[in-house]
Design a protein around this ligand. Structure first.
Ligand code: FAD
Length: 382
């Protein structure tokens, strides 16, 4: 049964209907097989771009969908309920567009943004390095100024859509300390740029996660986004929005696990009754439903603050923490509802459980979210 959503406009209702139709037809039937075979869904992101899902929260004048964040996130949730890897890559693409949309000059925006927001070009976000994940300010990849622009040297890690994306929001060092990081709109291909083999992951296997090795590759000077040294602020600002995307993906994944568990509990019998009629199991389902609803309410609260131009960083961290911890618990409980069958690949719940785990880790681990929340308390911000 579709989630009963409170959407702000008729246009948003139509958008959600379109998303469900396309996701039911193009995502749901393929997810299990592509994930198992670790096969990349060629052409799928182009299709999502064509129907307008790759630039939803950005202005229409640059090719975006002009939708409030609360609507964009609910679209993402519907995608995640069918195929988490595709939803996460969509969220990362939206994150990768943020620096250009928010910090670039008009000339840069006019030149590059429409292709990105219309989905002709799919993006990745390249901040992490092998030794620097949570501690982003510790990155060492260098951008050395030369006459034509910058020569990039170093190794980046954990790039969602690595080797497949057309562009990367790349963060590299032009100086020392946290004010020595700069942001670039790097091309997907360049002489001196090579990607590692996809990581062998626990889940989200249809979209590769790779390292990138920059060996003096040239990035043209007009691809610097914002000023030199502004990169860390841009990266962290982008992640405030990005982690809301992850909260929505986690909520969709948890919703899918709940739906599967409810269906199974209505069919399976034990001790002469459907297992849903055993109160012990009914209460498990009730707790799962409460966790999914709370996750959705929490990310929507943060998104509505963002849409109103109010501060939302703390609420975004709360949403990421609540929704991803809930997804881990709900997907684990869904396996429990299925009993032994839940532990097999015949049903999707074991995959959901594997997919939920990484959501507690990327775009700031849940320990880091707690740090963000606690720090803002110390500064007495709301
Ligand atoms: C599938 C996948 C996709 C990813 N996609 C991207 C991407 O597209 N782009 C990108 O840039 N990165 C990406 N990442 C990287 C991801 O953001 C990092 O893995 C994450 O930020 C954690 O960094 P780390 O792995 O280096 O762990 P570490 O920073 O080494 O942390 C290890 C452990 O220590 C804890 N810890 C660290 N510091 C503290 C502290 N101060 N207090 C308490 N606990 C602490 C962490 O919470 C964690 O539990 C991806 C990762 C994965 C697994």
């Amino acid at each position: 049964m579709p989630v009963d959503r409170l959407l702000p406009t008729r246009e948003a209702e139509d958008l959600l209907d379109l998303t469900r139709t396309v996701a039911d037809r193009e995502l749901a039937p393929k997810a299990a097989r592509y994930e198992r075979e670790e096969a990349y869904p060629e052409g799928l992101f182009k299709l999502l771009g064509e129907i307008g899902l790759l630039g939803l929260p950005y202005p229409e004048e640059h090719g975006g969908g002009g939708q409030p964040y609360e609507v964009y996130l609910q679209v993402l949730e519907e995608l995640a309920a069918r195929w988490a890897a595709v939803a996460v890559a969509t969220s990362v693409h939206t994150l990768a567009c943020f620096p250009l949309a928010t910090y670039a000059t008009d000339a840069q925006r006019e030149r590059w943004l429409p292709a990105m927001l219309e989905g002709a070009q799919v993006g990745g976000y390249s901040l992490s390095e092998p030794h620097a994940g949570s501690d982003a300010a510790a990155i060492v990849c260098k951008a050395a100024p030369v006459a034509e622009g910058y020569r990039i040297t170093g190794t980046k890690a954990w790039i969602t859509h690595g080797g497949k994306a057309d562009f990367y929001a790349l963060f590299a060092r032009t100086g020392e300390g946290s004010r020595g990081i700069s942001c670039f709109l790097a091309p997907g291909e360049a002489e001196g740029l090579a990607f590692g083999r996809p990581e062998e992951k626990m889940g989200l296997n249809a979209v590769p996660t790779t390292t990138a090795h920059w060996d003096g590759a040239l990035v043209a000077g007009d691809r610097l986004i914002g000023a030199e040294g502004q990169g860390l602020g841009i990266a962290l600002g982008a992640l405030d929005s990005g982690r809301l995307g992850i909260a929505a993906c986690a909520t969709g994944l948890a919703q899918a696990a709940l739906d599967a568990a409810v269906d199974y509990a209505n069919e399976r019998t034990a001790f002469g009754r459907r297992i849903v009629d055993h109160q012990g199991l009914g209460f498990l389902l009730a707790d799962m439903a409460a966790a999914v609803d709370s996750s959705r309410a929490t990310y929507l609260d943060a998104a509505r603050r963002r849409d109103l131009g109010r501060p939302y960083s703390r609420q975004a961290s709360v949403a990421k923490l609540i929704a991803t911890d809930a997804a881990m618990k709900v997907t684990t409980d869904a396996v429990q509802v299925f009993g032994g069958a839940g532990y097999t690949r015949e049903f999707p719940v074991e995959r959901y459980m594997r997919e939920a785990k990484v959501m507690q880790i990327f775009e700031g681990t849940n320990q880091i979210q707690r740090m963000v929340i606690a720090r803002q308390f110390a500064r007495r911000e709301s």
